[in-house]
Design a protein around this ligand. Structure first.
Ligand code: AMP
Length: 500
């Protein structure tokens, strides 16, 4: 990074940093503060909330960590008791790489203090992280998913957190971490300092700040914002054995060039990818049984436009940063409502508009209710009239097809909230409605409404952070999801028994 020429106002010496921190800064070779540091450090030193627009590379890590460490120095101690080293500052970042990078910087700034810091992120064994957490740390850097795993496993308690930093907040929202953030924040004391850093101040970021920051000081050193990306969500009532036709029909009718198609199982994913490939779509499957190399190849092919449809399980729901994915299909409704958010976050990124299309069969109704609850919105099921797939019948002679009874049973019809009459599923019918109902007619034959900008309903949540006194008990945390990383002892014991 370029060196900032010292002057009267931006010299670190003006800050009156504690000697231990000033020494570390000098050893890092910094002479003068960067613009974000010059603006943010004095504010954070006063304990006020900050909403900072700054990208990586602007020196924002030091902008929040130096004042935060300075404020924590009063807790410095050499005790070996973990109880004397509770987590006082929590820094959340969207990716492992960023978390690791920020944690390393914090370690360097705190090198001459007795404050302890560590980092936890996914994709690594939890045990060494658990040991560190149990030893006690004042500064914890984490990615949201892994932190929730540790909270669930009771490896860490966050009721003494004084500072929370939401770094790269826009990316965390892009990835779909909002529900995780909400859960984590529900474990923290309400009286605290919250610092939010984001490359942009989109509507979503402002709403997040509105919910969790108290009278923040706004600091902007980044370029002006882009318009928030939004997603048009559609839910179609489709019988299980019509989902495949519906998928092809919607892709064809709307001339979609590329899409993610999410399935709930590896097997379902592989089977669907095979069928689509057979039907002429350039398709790749992405699921847990694929090697890292195969996964990278599939993604690369999709990015280059060599793959039309990426059929995936939830392994692909998080963290993939592919711009301009016009549509995401939920061929299966996810079992966990939060995964719905992660999945549809693959489209509508970086200011682009996107469609998220979900197929709902009879037994999925309760999953849709879960999504409704999470989104705090009413979901309306739509219908689509699909032409029967004659080409498949030609390919598969009648006697080679599975007997009717061995196929999955036809699902009962879901009650619809629409008043329009519904054509028989699987068959296009002549529409005799008057011309004024053209848009309804277009919808039913499978034309999607134009993607449009609208607010993400997640952020319509009213402000909840009522100011409470520091000694009042923190609000009861929400129940946590079961983590795939944590083996539940009873299940493991039962497995051993059945083997023995
Ligand atoms: P960040 O935006 O926090 O990721 O910082 C980007 C790079 O700038 C890191 O390598 C920091 O070590 C470096 N850096 C941070 N503050 C300063 C400063 N005041 N002067 C020079 N380099 C800095």
């Amino acid at each position: 990074m370029r060196q900032y020429a010292p002057d009267m106002t931006t010299s670190f010496s003006n800050l009156q940093l504690a000697p231990a921190l000033a020494r570390a800064v000098a050893e890092m070779g910094y002479e003068s503060m960067t613009p974000i540091q010059a603006q943010a450090i004095p504010v954070v030193l006063t304990g006020q909330d900050v909403m900072g627009a700054a990208q990586t590379g602007t020196g924002k890590t030091a902008a929040f960590s130096l004042p935060l460490l300075q404020r924590l120095l009063k807790h410095e101690n050499t005790s070996t008791s973990p109880a004397r080293h509770p987590v006082r500052a929590l820094v959340l970042l969207p990716t492992r790489e960023l978390a690791d990078q920020v944690a390393q910087q914090i370690k360097q700034y705190a090198v001459h203090t007795k404050l302890r810091s560590t980092v936890v992120f996914g994709g690594m064994d939890m045990k060494p992280q658990t040991l560190e957490l149990k030893r006690g740390v004042e500064v914890l850097v984490a990615t949201p998913g892994r932190l929730l795993d540790h909270i669930e496993a009771k490896n860490v308690v966050l009721n003494q957190v004084e500072y929370v930093v939401l770094d790269e907040a826009d990316r965390m929202l892009d990835i779909g971490f909002l529900p995780d953030l909400q859960r984590i924040l529900s474990h923290l004391p309400k009286t605290r300092t919250t610092l939010l850093f984001s490359a942009t101040f989109s509507t979503e970021i402002r709403r997040l700040a509105g919910s969790y920051l108290q009278n923040p000081v706004t600091i902007e050193v980044a370029r002006p914002n882009e318009t928030a990306a939004t997603i048009t969500q559609l839910f179609y009532s489709v019988a299980v054995d019509e989902k495949y036709n519906a998928l092809r029909h919607l892709i064809k009718t709307n001339g979609m060039k590329q899409a993610f198609v999410f399935c709930n199982s590896k097997l379902g994913c592989a089977r669907l990818a095979r069928n689509l490939e057979r039907d002429g779509y350039r398709t790749s499957a992405l699921h847990g049984d694929k090697s890292q190399d195969e996964r990278l190849k599939a993604l690369d092919g999709f990015k280059k436009g060599e793959v039309d449809l990426l059929v995936c399980t939830d392994v692909a729901a998080r963290g993939l940063d592919i711009k301009d994915v016009p549509a995401v299909f939920n061929f299966d409704i996810p079992f966990n409502a939060e995964d719905y958010v992660h999945r549809i976050g693959r489209t509508g990124r970086a200011g682009a508009l996107g469609h998220a299309i979900s197929f709902v069969s009879g037994s999925d109704q309760r999953l849709v209710v879960d999504i409704e609850k999470l989104l705090k919105t009413k979901i309306t099921l739509e219908n689509v009239a699909v032409e029967p797939d004659r080409s498949r019948e030609r390919r598969e002679p009648r006697e080679q097809r599975e007997p009717r009874e061995s196929r999955e049973p036809r699902e009962p019809r879901i009650e619809r909230s629409e008043s329009a009459s519904r054509p028989r599923e699987g068959y296009a019918t002549r529409d005799t409605r008057p011309r004024e109902q053209d848009s309804a007619r277009r919808r039913e034959v499978g034309y999607l409404p134009a993607a449009r900008v609208k607010n993400d309903p997640f952020f319509d949540k009213p402000y909840e952070a009522t100011a409470r006194s520091a000694d009042a008990p923190p609000a009861a945390p929400e129940p946590l999801r079961k983590s795939a990383n944590i083996k539940h002892k009873r299940v493991v014991a039962a497995l051993f028994k059945s083997v023995g």
